[in-house]
Design a binder for this molecule. Structure first.
Ligand code: PMT
Length: 401
């Protein structure tokens, strides 16, 4: 996606400038040609040498370069994308007003390439009407804005304004540059374990961290899909992904029943409780009253429900968390829940499934084809799942024509 793309990385003067170094490294690792441009302010925070060493070319800082007298137009004209991270209030104001005050603002005004700005500043500045008006102006002109996060800021303040994480910024760049079959598709993913209340403070839960579901959502968004993530956990939200927070199986079912009918792909990576207390106690159960008798009932099978009403052309993917008879159990779930694909993981194996950063899976398709992926990171598993969905679509299309 990024291989061979020429990306101008603009860095302005904020404490978050050090994170631009990591953004630069990730873009270069992904095969992009990164042309760094620093403002005078940025040089107060990071050295030119650091960025020059990691980028594809030495840092440029000035309009007045005798060896190449027209760099401001060349950089903008030849870029596939320009990203500014961090973008200060001054840069946003100059860009919105069309002021060319330095090499970076010149480059931004002299380009027809897509532009991604990643603001970072103190909360008061970020929330100032002037800054918000400039953001609105830039958005209305098609500029992509990677919203700052909330968190700890320079000087110990806490609030909105912290530069988005490097992987979120790179994800946003990938999504803007994406082309191919995923662009504009609606993908719905579920992630995390449901929590079923026993009383006001206790729940029946499971070990799902949500990492596998979030990896699938991030990969689909990076490929240009419009992604909704129905989630029970609070992980950093990948760029371009909308999160629908839920807690119980009933809430997850309601969200999926609402979202799935318009989705081209639904991936159920969440670990849904199979049983829940028939009735949650209103207050906290008192220990002094002895061991409570908690009566359980089955939760709805969300995936089977989606399989029963699957719209024409939608691909429905389930996961199977197994500790024995992996293939036989997963095959039975594939058929019973009317899925197009099931991703089976042996959650008793080292490094596989719940909470790990890694996973190993066997993919079983409704058309009888199967494949396996050895232990690898969850993002790589996500890539294989989406590639397999593409293959299923291709096979279905060929059969239909
Ligand atoms: O979240 P992580 O820590 O990254 O871990 C990833 C994972 C292990 C949770 C993930 O890889 C995984 O296996 N998810 C499915 C877990 C599970 O509930 O499997 P199951 O075999 O019990 O259910 C089969 C399928 O039916 C699943 O897609 C599940 O979401 C769905 N289901 C199950 C029960 C239920 N009441 N409704 C459902 O929709």
């Amino acid at each position: 996606m990024l291989a061979g793309k020429r990306i101008v990385l603009g860095v302005t003067g904020g404490i978050a400038a050090y994170k631009a170094v990591e953004v630069c490294r990730r873009l270069v690792d992904a095969g992009a040609h990164v042309v760094p441009v620093m403002t005078a302010g940025a040089e107060h925070f990071i050295g030119r040498t650091t960025l020059s060493a990691l980028a594809s070319e030495p840092v440029q800082t000035s309009l007045w370069n005798e060896a190449s007298p027209i760099p401001h137009t060349r950089l903008g004209q030849t870029a596939d994308l320009i990203v500014v991270a961090p973008a200060t209030a001054r840069l946003l104001a100059a860009y919105a007003a069309g002021l060319s005050t330095d090499l970076l603002t010149n480059t931004l005004l002299a380009t027809r390439a897509p532009v991604v700005v990643c603001p970072a500043m103190h909360t008061e500045m970020w929330e100032h009407p002037a800054v918000q008006a400039n953001i609105a102006t830039l958005r209305s002109r098609g500029v992509h804005v990677v919203e700052p996060e909330s968190g700890r800021l320079a000087g110990g303040d806490v609030g909105a304004g912290r530069l988005a994480a490097p992987d979120v910024i790179v994800g946003a760049i990938e999504a803007v540059l994406a082309d191919g079959p995923w662009v504009g598709q609606h993908v719905v993913v579920s992630a995390g374990g449901t929590r079923e209340p026993i009383d006001a403070v206790r729940v029946i839960a499971n070990r799902s961290s949500g990492k596998q579901g979030y990896a699938i959502a991030a990969e689909a968004a990076a490929r240009g899909a419009k992604v909704t993530l129905v989630s029970t956990v609070d992980l950093p939200v990948p760029a371009g992904v909308q999160v629908r927070p839920v807690e119980t199986a009933a809430q997850m079912q309601a969200a999926l029943q609402e979202l799935a009918p318009t989705a081209q792909l639904v991936v159920m990576a969440a670990a849904v409780a199979d049983f829940r207390p028939v009735q949650a106690a209103a207050g906290k159960l008192k220990k002094d009253l002895g061991v409570p008798q908690i009566v359980l009932e089955p939760t709805p099978d969300i995936l089977a429900g989606l399989g029963a009403v699957k719209p024409q052309g939608q691909i429905l993917v389930g996961f199977a968390a197994e500790t024995d008879d992996l293939v036989a159990n997963a095959q039975s779930k594939l058929q019973r829940k009317r899925l197009d694909l099931i991703v089976a993981n042996d959650v008793g194996a080292p490094g596989v499934g719940f909470q790990h950063d890694t996973n190993a899976v066997t993919l079983l398709r409704a058309d009888g084809q199967s494949s396996s992926v050895e232990l690898t990171d969850k993002r790589s598993i996500a890539k294989v799942v989406l590639d397999t969905v593409n293959e299923i679509r291709g096979a279905t299309h060929n059969t239909a024509t």
